[in-house]
Write a protein that binds this ligand. Sequence first.
Ligand code: SAM
Length: 291
Amino acid sequence: MVANLDTQTWLTDGDKNIAFSIRHQGKRLFQQQSPYQLVEVFESYAYGRVLTVDGLVMCTEADEHAYHEMIVHVPMLAHRQVRKVLVIGGGDGGTVREILRHPKVESVTLVEIDAVVIEASRQYLPTLSSTLNHEKLNLLIGDGIEYIQQASDETFDLIIVDSSDPIGPAQGLFNKDFFLQVKRCLRPNGLMTAQSESPWFHSESLTDLTHCLRSIFEGDRVHPYLVFIPTYPTGMWSFIYAAKGDIHPWQNLDRAQAQAFAERESLQYYNADVHLAAFSLPTFVRKLLSA
Ligand code: SAM
């Protein structure tokens, strides 16, 4: 299917049956093999700079705001009193940038396994990495799985799992033991969100993770939601919201406050209507999750 695309200038993300390709300018701005993965940055024609890990798109400058705004502001604006946040993965910095838009946040701990991702982002993705030196940020290079095992009970108001696909070092970020630890480390009213892949392309990741989280958090406290990101395979991506207490993702929303925040911060994807709409799932996704 992609045989006619010149691999020197086309970056292709997909599997043997489907793929998405982005044309780039032919040279890598950054390329380094870390102990974990191959980290590269390309300059594309249509989506700005593209960060890839082992050839898979992590983010592009043009559409990263959809992913980062929705993984962060949905739980932040549902909760409204978040003070302490843990991010696992997310070394590009986009998630931290969005968290720090909320002035009530007192501290953010970022645990990224791969220093090379942070280095690549610092050098070539300044709009993503802009807050990686922020005074409220505690930036740790290490395995998020080990970190959460050692973290104290009831420490964080919000934990965000901004991981890569469930292969390599990120595999353990999709299993039950890990999420039991996440729940333990949340304060009584704490929330978590995790990226959970595409309902079209990786439907078993979404269904497995939803079932896993329903078995840990109470079933009615687990809410998958959707976002549209053109440069991820199929364009339709999912996140899962889970609450340790009873903070409901949309019943708890102060719409006026959420909308005012979105306008004040000049957000590009998130607004109060999108917050609500994101939880309205197409029938095929509902069926996937109820099976
Ligand atoms: N938005 C992206 C996506 O869905 O493709 C995710 C981006 S972010 C760059 C993912 C990060 O998770 C990577 O930098 C990777 O190194 C990091 N990561 C993977 N496994 C990890 C682990 N066990 N602990 C901490 N970070 C991990």
